[in-house]
Design a binder for this molecule. Structure first.
Ligand code: HEC
Length: 172
């Protein structure tokens, strides 16, 4: 396989200080700014996001600790739309593989910040842990287990509300 080894840096891809620099860069890279935040449809979709119960796992915001070693990251209001916790998402999403603390049907809530730019950044629209969903609506419809109720509310909503919810996700 091709690799990133550069002769002048030695036999590994990221020797010191490259590893530290890349880590620092990744840790401090900002998430993309939101778009269309005042759009009426986006605001209507935001309301749906709260009302359908998405926020019980996709927790909108947190304030980071005051005492983080990296001052730039201390006491910041952040909007990841995730509780960063494991949830049993039902048999439809299960792969039957226990990994670390996660059973074969548990997945960590992925942050949704930046999700509206997936196509731009990744050049594809593959959602969920194995990339099986090709649209945001498909990703929602795969939710089962602890996410079943919210999924059913989405499925039962009228087209305008489903559309607005997707518009909201696209603004993140
Ligand atoms: C019980 C917790 C829970 C609830 C409630 C929930 N989600 Fe999720 N969501 C998850 C988990 C866990 C995943 C990851 C599943 C996977 O990768 O297989 C996920 C994945 C997603 C994804 C795909 C993200 C990606 O990067 O691939 C989207 C979009 C999403 N959820 C939107 C929603 C919306 C909209 C609602 C409300 C209708 C909702 N979720 C309700 C836990 C939840």
């Amino acid at each position: 396989m091709p690799n990133g080894v550069q002769q002048r840096l030695g036999p590994v891809e990221a020797p010191p200080p490259v590893m530290d620099l890349v880590t620092f860069y990744s840790q401090n890279l900002a998430v993309p700014a939101r778009r269309d935040i005042d759009d009426r449809k986006v605001l209507a979709g935001k309301k749906q996001f709260y009302e359908m119960g998405c926020i019980s796992c996709h927790t909108p915001k947190f304030v980071t600790l005051r005492g983080t070693p990296n001052k730039a990251q201390a006491f910041q209001l952040i909007w990841p739309y995730s509780d960063f916790l494991l949830h049993d998402m039902g048999p439809g999403l299960a792969d039957g593989q226990a990994v670390g603390d996660a059973t074969g049907s548990e997945w960590r809530t992925p942050p949704l910040w930046g999700i509206g730019l997936t196509g731009t950044v990744n050049g594809n629209m593959f959602f969920l842990h194995d990339g099986r969903a090709r649209t945001l609506a498909e990703a929602i419809l795969w939710h089962g287990g602890e996410g079943q109720k919210a999924r059913d509310r989405f499925a039962a909503a009228d087209a305008a509300n489903r559309d607005a919810l997707v518009k909201f996700l696209e603004s993140l």
